[in-house]
Design a protein around this ligand. Structure first.
Ligand SMILES: NC(=O)c1ccc[n+]([C@@H]2O[C@H](COP(=O)([O-])OP(=O)(O)OC[C@H]3O[C@@H](n4cnc5c(N)ncnc54)[C@H](OP(=O)(O)O)[C@@H]3O)[C@@H](O)[C@H]2O)c1
Length: 252
């Protein structure tokens, strides 16, 4: 039985609470939240603490707070030489206070509180300072996911930057697409099968082989007419940058 505690009550903390609660091999000892009420639908009230000094002993402490707060929270922990990890893709392992044994438990997925996820398929990227702690993290991760990877801080940063492109930027492009649809009173709904198929394709094709569109074909007349159609300067700039990037192929 792995006994673990979580610090935070945001998107990642809530999904971790749900996933670990389902595992019979894990006991959630306590969860720290600055706002107790946020977690009342997920946990027994007596498991929620609002003062870090009230932590009881556990095998593992998972800090799932905003990147900017990880260092400060790790310093505030009232114990030493325990296994403490953060869940960030962007922050290095040494952002954590060295008074504890440090590690990373990064679930590579986009989490929103309101959207359920199947944790069993979510890659969990682990890092620890020694083999013993790595094994402990691996045991905890395998209780909730089939996809567990050893990823060092520099590799994790590369994955995180790549994830910003494939997830955050892609979603922002959905937003631009929706704005254009709304402006011209066509339903965004019509584009959803295209969005699905674009994502599905990379299961069987390399992204460079899956690329289609006017930039790939070098259809300059179409590109010019699209740029003339767009009235928003920001949209024009993004269209130009991405068109150029596609034309350049893999060279950015
Ligand atoms: N969301 C994702 O898709 C995702 C995916 C993978 C990894 N991550 C990583 O997971 C971590 C948490 O992300 P999230 O999306 O769960 O963030 P979030 O939903 O914005 O929640 C942030 C949490 O941090 C707490 N917090 C912020 N500053 C604090 C401080 N000074 N002291 C104590 N608690 C503080 C917040 O408490 P209050 O509510 O009281 O402000 C809240 O519980 C980040 O490191 C992020 O990079 C996120």
């Amino acid at each position: 039985m792995i006994r673990l505690s979580i610090i935070g009550s945001g998107n990642v903390a809530q999904h971790l609470i749900k996933a670990f609660t389902k595992s019979e091999a894990v006991e959630i000892v306590q969860v720290f939240s600055r706002k107790k009420e946020v977690l009342l639908s997920l946990l027994n009230e007596d498991l929620i603490i609002t003062d870090l000094n009230n932590f009881q002993p556990a095998d593992l402490y998972i800090i799932a707070v905003s990147d900017n707060a990880i260092n400060e929270v790790s310093k505030q922990l009232p114990f030493q030489n325990q296994l403490v990890v953060h869940t960030s893709g962007a922050a290095p392992i040494d952002i954590l206070d060295p008074k504890n044994r440090r590690g990373v438990f990064y679930p590579l997925q986009t989490f929103s509180k309101s959207k359920d996820v199947d944790f069993s398929n979510i890659p969990i990227c682990l890092e620890a300072e020694n083999t013993f702690d790595y094994r402990e993290l691996e045991s905890a991760a395998k209780c909730i996911s089939k996809a567990v990877f050893a990823i060092a801080s520099e590799q994790r940063k590369a994955l995180h930057v790549a994830a910003v492109f494939v997830n955050n930027f892609t979603n922002h492009l959905y937003q631009i697409g929706k704005d254009i649809c709304d402006e011209h009173r066509v339903p965004f709904e019509v584009l959803k099968p295209l969005i699905q198929e674009t994502a599905e394709k990379i299961n069987t094709l390399d992204p460079s082989d899956a690329q289609t569109g006017p930039a790939k074909r070098n259809d300059s007349n179409t590109i010019e007419s699209h740029l003339a159609f767009l009235t928003n300067e920001n949209q024009k700039n993004i269209y130009n940058i991405l068109t150029q990037s596609i034309k350049n192929g893999k060279k950015l």
